[in-house]
Design a protein around this ligand. Sequence first.
Ligand code: ADP
Ligand code: MG
Length: 663
Amino acid sequence: MLENLSGIGPKTKQALSHLGIYTLEDLIEYYPYRYELVKKSNLDEKEEDESVIIDGSVTNIPRVVFFKKHMERMTFRIQADDRFVDIVIFNRGYLKKNLTPGTEITVFGKWKPKKNQIVASQIRFGKLEKEYVECVYHLTSKITNQKMIQWIHEALQITKPRPSMIPKVIEEKYHFPSKEESILEIHQPTSTVMLKKARTRLKYEELFEFLYKMILLKEMRKKENGITRKIPIEKVKQLIAKLPFSLTEDQRDAVHDIIQDLESSSRMNRLIQGDVGSGKTVLAFIASYMNFLSGYQTAFMAPTEILAVQHYQKAKDLLEPYHMKVVLLTGKLKASEKKQIQQEISEGKADLIIGTHALISEKVNYHNLGLVITDEQHRFGVQQRRELKNKGLTPDILYMSATPIPRTYALTIYGDMEVSNIKTRPMGRKEIITMLFSEKQIRDVLEKMYEELKKGHQIYVIAPLIEENEESSAKAVDTMYENMKKAFGKYYQVDMLHGKQDGKKKEAIMQSFQENKIQILISTTVIEVGVDVANATMMVIFNAERFGLSQLHQLRGRVGRSNLQSYCLLVSDYDKERLQILTKVSDGFQISEEDFRLRGSGDFFGVRQSGDMNFKLADIYKDFSILKHAKEDAELFLKHKDYQNEEEKNNFTKFEKSIIHLD
Ligand code: ADP
Ligand code: MG
């Protein structure tokens, strides 16, 4: 129990829980994110504002003055070797009683040579006997690094880590240190070499455990009995022939994949990944038609209500001529409408049900749900599948993602799914011209916007935050709105969309934009996914540096949805080298590869539900070679189950049970 550690009471427990720490085991598996060498500084070598560490003894009684509302400023002097230095520290008045003259302390802070002063961030009692390496942990405001170090130190003495998830045979094969040794080393490193070994071992374990789970889930699903259908191919062909365009080759391949999955007796668990605008939605509709032809209902989950409405309108146009009943079920329906639609669903009158993720979490009674389609699947993971199962539903599942990732990574991140890639773009699409501007060049940006407006086209403007606050100079939607109104409001309609508006309001604004009653639409990233307005030909993104490349690529995919030439203007004063990539590369697969290279896989946690893939140390990109080994090993181990002892066997059996339970 955490309470067994010194100084941990209910408040601290609460603070620790915000870091995901609930037990002693969690605590010792809370790893430092970097290490710092703690070493006495030579002040003569240090410049203004550099970080310094010195030790000495207090020479006078500290003075505390109060200012502003709750601020305290404490000053005193120390003798450090042969010189005197003034120390200033804020809001640490409670230390005064312990800082009596003669007390030996170590001070961490910023050096102000002109004032012969250190603005301290930390004071520790005692001198710095010798240099050492200190772990630095991610913290919350209630917890200091010193406390964390102390608790982990204590915890390491009274608790053992959870059982190793690397089988003994594999541990021996790589000469890995044990889990216990590795955890000790990571918190109390003895040497660079040992630390590296420990980290590699722990990364391997995370990856092995994840891959083991993925492989097992996939195997189980293959054995699971799904719906066996016979798809009347001719009818499907007729629908496809009536589309206003012909399918691209990749789209046709995906249709084939879907037919095979639906006909096969095992449950479908397929991901279709392709750039925005690559034409995934139409595939979803075709799949729902196949499912309808075989007599089942389809639930189609969109990431936002706006998109649900858009999909609904399109689906109705396409599918109702084929006698499919399409309904929209969203949170803001009137109670009576909702009841009516719920009834149509439970009686099996509704064939395609479109809504947000509430479609599975709410109390919707399906008549015979055969297929679930999730657009922008990262809100749908193992957990959601389980929710369905708890309701007695085991439909086929089709995921769609507009954050395509290269095959190698997809194979691991989506290890439990089959993947279809849409790489070719629909014919006649012009590439989006992307340009990078600095804040100073705002006039040029406005001019470019004006050119598009004159042509009768519409523009999206992305501002990253809702309210401007002191700390961030990010352009708020509100400010942006005022500015754009000043610039264009005389001749063009400007409006804004943001997270704080209710669904009705948002929808009304989207509708007006769609009807070209609004020419400039300012928003946060609410519109990031899926919105489709063909006449919108320009996307302007302020503070572009705040976004990942893939995210920016997705945003710009909102334009270029017709044969009109479209533009994306990125405005930023930072990180230009990275942003420049977007002006040159237009393939989403390649862009995500760059994203991986530059930022590691951390930002891709969103791609999979974070609960499915939460690595503390491992990074899919940076640790790719470890990952490759872990994958082969996991496959092999699952085949041979080469347990070395009873304990290991029990441990893995327990793990497998928890996975089976998940599905
Ligand atoms: P995604 O969902 O992949 O972002 P959409 O399915 O919304 O893309 O497709 C974008 C637009 O392209 C839609 O208007 C759609 O009707 C159209 N489209 C889809 N496939 C093709 C195709 N093969 N040829 C031409 N246009 C297509
Ligand atoms: Mg889509």
